[in-house]
Design a protein around this ligand. Structure first.
Ligand SMILES: [Zn+2]
Length: 153
């Protein structure tokens, strides 16, 4: 508990993405361009968890995370939590839910896809079948496994 208190509440305003699987923190930073800000971003990698495992943690100050960003996080880190911090207190926790689609986060892996030649933003619809998550490109209609997300960062 003491550990949690320090890690979560040490910023005044902003948000904390907690319980990121160890190793995914860097990918999340890159995918969502979280460091593309003048605000202070603090990251912790391989932090000990209460149950003896390891986790990554990202704190971004004076910035709001959108519901849509939070849901896209669910693809990479379904068990992560997003804490909204105001005046040193956690005022809200986003429960992550898998979005129906992800837009403009990563390019289509199909090199023949029209999204590579046209000024359109990538868009995938998300299909969950038997515990597997598939991403279907709206333009070329090919379906990819969610591994494509982490392979591209
Ligand atoms: Zn495509």
């Amino acid at each position: 508990m003491k550990n949690n208190h320090m890690q979560v509440e040490a910023i005044c305003n902003g948000y904390v993405i907690d319980h990121i699987p160890s190793g995914q923190g860097v990918k999340i930073l890159k995918l969502f361009n979280l460091t593309d800000t003048k605000q202070r971003v603090t990251v912790g990698f391989n932090l000990p968890t209460n149950n003896g495992g390891e986790k990554d943690l990202i704190k971004v100050e004076n910035t709001e995370i959108t519901k849509s960003q939070a849901n896209q996080l669910a693809l990479l880190a379904p068990n992560a939590t997003v804490n909204i911090i105001e005046n040193f207190h956690v005022t809200d926790k986003h429960a992550l839910t898998l979005p129906n689609e992800v837009e403009n986060v990563f390019p289509c892996p199909n090199s023949n896809c029209i999204t590579h030649g046209e000024p359109v933003i990538s868009c995938f619809s998300i299909k969950k079948t038997k515990g597997n998550i598939g991403l279907k490109c709206k333009y070329c209609e090919k379906t990819f496994s969610k591994d494509i997300i982490t392979e591209q960062v």
